[in-house]
Design a protein around this ligand. Structure first.
Ligand SMILES: C[S@@+](CC[C@H](N)C(=O)[O-])C[C@H]1O[C@@H](n2cnc3c(N)ncnc32)[C@H](O)[C@@H]1O
Length: 255
């Protein structure tokens, strides 16, 4: 699946912030919830954190703004370049790497307190790749280190098989934006996601269309993969409990 995924995020990097109503607010909102969760679960402050699916930097930037020592990596070079630029604009010192989380071999640092992979990065991986990623992530953590990831609620979505994600309307007249998704189910547990970002300007309306493939990664499967890679104390926090918009998994590397 990796080629398709890479094309998707390379093409999307310049526009990724447009999927949020206001990206800076999203950075602040994500970090408030996830940063508080991490500090409540992990001794020491600031924490040494690796974001191994940083994208354009939504969590890496926010966690660095909270004072944590953040290193960030992603499969997509274009996303990493954008994240680097956004970090510089905010005077943040974050080492960035282009690295596939199935190996993380380009990431020079190790012994992290925490590794994170937030906003549905893991369902891009096949089940074999997921096992490799869990092993690579474990290799980057110190003993008792914490892994935190968030994925969509596929335990529910696989039953519902939605065909669309309802449009979100952002902005004011003259510069409005519509963001919506169409999901084409390929098999029982896989779908093509079509993301449409339609932007209004003086020249009229223009739509960008991006396509990627996801699989329904169920919570029991991710828990089992983490357990096989040496993680214990695996817990799921659902949105009502965490306040985050996706289920979150926390897993602690055995000492
Ligand atoms: C939905 S984006 C989330 C990015 C970021 N965490 C955020 O919330 O803005 C998922 C990210 O996972 C990355 N990704 C997918 N497969 C990957 C892999 N094998 N190794 C590293 N990153 C990967 C993509 O390039 C993309 O940037």
């Amino acid at each position: 699946m990796a080629g398709n995924v890479l094309d998707f995020y390379e093409a999307l990097a310049d526009s990724y912030h447009l999927i949020f109503e206001d990206w800076d607010s999203a950075i602040e909102r994500h970090t408030r919830i996830l940063g508080d969760l991490l500090t409540s679960q992990t001794a020491g402050n600031p924490l040494r954190i690796l974001d191994c699916a940083c994208g354009i930097g939504t969590q890496a930037i926010g966690l660095a703004m909270m004072g944590h020592q953040v290193v960030a990596s992603d499969l997509s070079e274009a996303a990493v370049h954008r994240a680097q630029h956004e970090a510089q604009l905010r005077s943040l010192n974050i080492p960035f790497y282009v690295s596939d989380m199935t190996s993380l071999r380009e990431v020079a640092e190790s012994g992290f307190d925490v590794v994170v992979a937030v906003d549905n990065a893991l369902p891009h991986l096949s089940s074999g790749q997921l096992g490799q990623a869990a092993t690579a992530i474990a290799s980057k953590l110190k003993p008792n280190g914490l892994f935190m990831a968030s994925i969509r609620d596929y335990d529910k979505l696989i039953l519902e098989k939605p065909a669309i994600q309802k449009p979100a309307f952002y902005g004011a007249p003259g510069s409005r934006r519509i963001v919506h998704q169409v999901w084409d189910w390929i098999e029982n547990a896989r779908y093509s996601l079509h993301l449409y970002i339609t932007v209004q300007s003086d020249q009229g309306w223009k739509t960008q269309h991006f396509v990627s493939e996801y699989r329904c990664l169920l919570r029991y499967e991710l828990s089992a993969v983490l357990s096989d890679a040496g993680f214990g104390d695996i817990r799921w926090l659902m949105p009502p409990e965490s306040g985050f918009y996706q289920p979150i998994v926390l897993a602690r590397l055995s000492a």
